[in-house]
Design a protein around this ligand. Structure first.
Ligand code: GLU
Length: 412
């Protein structure tokens, strides 16, 4: 049975709320999204057929600023998933202290089965359908699973056409040529790695530190590259994509892996590395495990077999609630998604301020600001984990919920 990520999200919320002794009414505001938008996306395919796709935009909370969150194109998209993802965005923007709330959107479709022309059509149709509910001071979408800067360029263009003026700040994650920010493409992975470097200081890992990475999209592929090229003392022993996994105990030849993926579209079947079943990657004896694919990767079934000492959640919601209880009992350090992958929305924030001011920053300035933001958030979370003697996720929720409720109270 598919795990319901929204119910997991509510359980996480309740755990933190009990510690904070939050009133029932205040909790209810966070348990239900402020607005749920369901849309129909008609697609005339290249061969002339008509397909009707389901689209969503869920606006969870905007007490601290405009709604903010990505749009995913994926066959698994449904209401509960988008609701959970919108809730996690409210928590994430509050943990990072960005002046935003949280939202998320999606279309239930497999873009790998569509042509570029068809993807452009559904991107533009989506914007027309939700036009009245989004905007630079209302709700600002961005990329997520299987959406990318090109899609943001089409969406921002469609928004500007309908609005009759340039509105680059209506979307983030755009290509730099059309108002995107330097560093946004690598920000999710890079932000997570800034936090990881702080978090592993207390572990006395033997060098090189071994890492397994599940998922080879924007987050997973960039994490592989950054750890390999920009840091010393790490070896990537396993990676996977939607088709399979590969493993080499001594460390994968990353430059070769990157060109192999480019050529064949897959990470599997190459010299010096053996193919693994995707679930085996999660159970490898490694120092660090980075789930960077979808929700619900680590479940009640495989949690017992996890051997990593540190898990960096670059995906949203990769560990189910039941699995998390097991991992915490095993004393595994989980760096939670709402902190670990918040680098993406943080540089989205820098992009938005650059669009609003018309003044653009260079890569070095962005990296300095991102690193500072991630380290501050990590410290805030760590301090609360110490005070309340709780795990990092619960501490991050405590931090976020108090910030959201304080804003809510001040507004009355
Ligand atoms: N989709 C990304 C996330 O889950 C980025 C959101 C954004 O930049 O607004 O955090």
């Amino acid at each position: 049975m598919k795990n319901n990520p929204f119910l997991d999200a509510i359980e996480q919320l309740e755990k933190a709320s009990k510690i904070l002794q939050i009133d029932r009414e205040e909790l209810e505001i966070l348990e239900t999204p402020k607005k749920e938008i369901h849309v129909q996306i008609p697609l005339k395919t290249d061969d002339g057929k008509l397909k009707i796709l389901k689209g969503y935009r869920i606006q969870h909370n905007d007490s601290r600023g405009p709604f903010k969150g990505g749009i995913r194109f994926h066959p698994r998209v449904d209401l509960d998933e988008v609701k959970a993802l919108s809730f996690w965005m409210s928590i994430k923007t509050a943990v990072l202290n960005l002046p935003y709330g949280g939202s998320k959107g999606g279309i239930a479709v497999n873009p790998k089965e569509l042509s570029a022309n068809e993807i452009e059509k559904i991107s533009r149709a989506y914007v027309r359908s939700v036009f009245k509910d989004i905007g630079p001071d209302v709700d600002i979408p961005a990329p997520d699973v299987y959406t990318n800067p090109q899609i943001m360029a089409w969406m921002a263009d469609e928004y500007s056409v309908v609005a009759g003026k340039h509105v680059p700040a209506a979307f983030t994650g755009k290509p730099v040529e059309v108002g995107g920010s330097k560093g946004r493409d690598t920000a999710t992975a890079q932000g997570g790695i800034y936090v990881l470097m702080e978090a592993i200081k207390k572990f006395k890992f033997k060098k090189p530190i071994s890492v397994a990475i599940q998922g080879f999209g924007n987050a997973g592929a960039n994490a592989t590259e950054i750890l390999h090229f920009d840091y010393e003392n790490f070896k990537i022993v396993a990676v996977s994509d939607s088709r399979g996994a590969v493993y080499n105990e001594k460390g994968i030849d990353v430059p070769f892996l990157l060109s192999h993926k480019k050529e064949t579209g897959a990470v599997t079947d190459f010299k010096d590395a053996k193919n693994l079943k995707p679930e085996e990657l999660l159970e490898l004896d490694v120092n660090i495990l980075i789930p960077a694919a979808m929700e619900g990767a680590i479940t009640l079934e495989n949690a017992k077999k996890i051997k990593a000492k540190v898990i960096l959640e670059l995906a949203n919601g990769p560990i189910t609630k039941e699995a998390e209880d097991i991992l915490l009992r095993k004393d595994i350090l989980i760096i939670p998604d709402v902190l670990a992958n918040a680098g993406g929305v943080t540089v989205s924030y820098f992009e938005w301020t650059q669009n609003k001011s018309g003044f653009y920053l260079d890569e070095e300035e962005i990296q300095k600001m991102l690193s500072k933001k991630m380290q501050e958030a990590y410290k805030d979370v760590l301090d609360l984990a110490d005070v309340y003697k709780v795990d990092l996720r619960t501490a991050a929720y405590i931090l976020a919920i108090s910030r959201i409720i304080d804003a809510q109270k001040l507004k009355g």
